[in-house]
Design a protein around this ligand. Structure first.
Ligand SMILES: N[C@@H](CCC[C@H](N)C(=O)O)C(=O)O
Length: 304
């Protein structure tokens, strides 16, 4: 894609920001170096991630679902790595599809690496995405500035560790400029770490995202946090408002149903993430000007 210019759209969901690259012909050749260059906040456009918008029919191995989920969300973290799912990205992706006239407002399905997801949106207003089941997997720890945080392991399609901040420790005081340490046995592919304070009667969260660094919001992270809140309270379903530095989202969790009527595993059968998704700019990408021979492959916020 070096010699050409390509359209892009910039958007965000609660200030978790993305560059969307429409690829209706399925011909864009995205590689990690280019993704890092696009996401660079000084020499590029600047974003937490890149989302290629490509017809499912053009994605090898997925043509069978192209009829029910016509578009594939090809999400990449700012360091160029692939992730299974991005909740805020999914809401911005849905907003883009409607804005581009590629989907009608209302309910529609699309494909992600975590499977098919369904969006629901009006022409303006909040966007909801059904995020699929949430599994509560166990307990692990994160290390931050010499402190050990014990947290709940949650699988939202991608891996999360939800750590509650001990009384007396200020959420705002945590230094998230470097990746928290994690157990590589539990998280062989890295993890998104959420730090949570609910001591003042509302659920507040900061996050260090795998492949990105600290972000202003993480949709799958808010789902993990809401699941941990309800699970700890012994509830099998419910709704939680989660405040993040970039705003607030609502997570609605549905009860899990065990297979064959048996006891369901810990977690929730489904989650709906609702919040704003805004497109703020569009323009033309010049890949040749973006590529940097100095790129060493270092992540924006390197993994532990
Ligand atoms: N910001 C996203 C999560 C993006 C993927 C994550 N960094 C990972 O590697 O799993 C969200 O809104 O969910």
């Amino acid at each position: 894609m070096d010699s050409a210019r390509y359209p892009f759209v910039k958007g965000h969901g609660t200030e978790n920001d993305f560059v969307l690259l429409p690829d209706p012909d399925g011909t864009l050749d995205l590689d990690p170096v280019l993704v890092r260059a696009i996401c660079d906040r000084r020499a590029g456009i600047g974003a937490d991630g890149v989302i290629r918008v490509v017809p499912t029919a053009a994605v090898p191995g997925h043509q069978d679902v192209a009829g029910s989920a016509p578009w594939f969300m090809d999400y990449r973290n700012a360091d160029g790595s692939l992730a299974q799912m991005c909740g805020n990205g999914a809401r911005v992706f849905a907003r883009f599809l409607v804005d581009a006239g590629w989907q009608q407002p209302g309910r529609f399905a699309f494909l992600t690496r975590a499977g098919i997801r369904t969006a629901d949106l009006a022409a303006d207003g909040d966007v909801s995405v059904e995020m699929g089941p949430v599994r509560i997997v166990g307990v692990s720890t994160a290390e931050l500035a010499g402190r050990t945080f014990t947290g709940t392991v949650a699988d939202v399609g991608n891996p999360h560790l939800v750590c509650r901040v001990a009384p007396g420790l200020r959420l705002e005081g945590l230094d998230l400029s470097a990746a928290p340490g994690h157990d590589p046995i539990v998280f062989p592919d890295g993890v998104n770490v959420e730090f949570v304070d609910d001591s003042a009667g509302e659920v507040r969260m900061r996050v260090f995202e795998r492949g990105v660094g600290e972000t202003r919001s993480c949709g799958t992270g808010t789902v993990a946090v809401a699941a941990e809140q309800l699970h700890r309270a012994g509830r099998t379903s419910g709704r939680v408002l989660v405040r993040v530095p970039g705003g607030a989202v609502t997570v609605t969790l549905e009860a899990a149903v065990g297979s064959d009527g048996g006891t369901p595993e810990a977690g929730f059968g489904g989650a709906v993430l609702t919040g704003p998704a805004v497109l703020v700019a569009s323009g033309e990408l010049r890949p040749a000007a973006l590529r940097s021979p100095a790129d060493t492959g270092a992540a924006a916020g390197s993994r532990a």
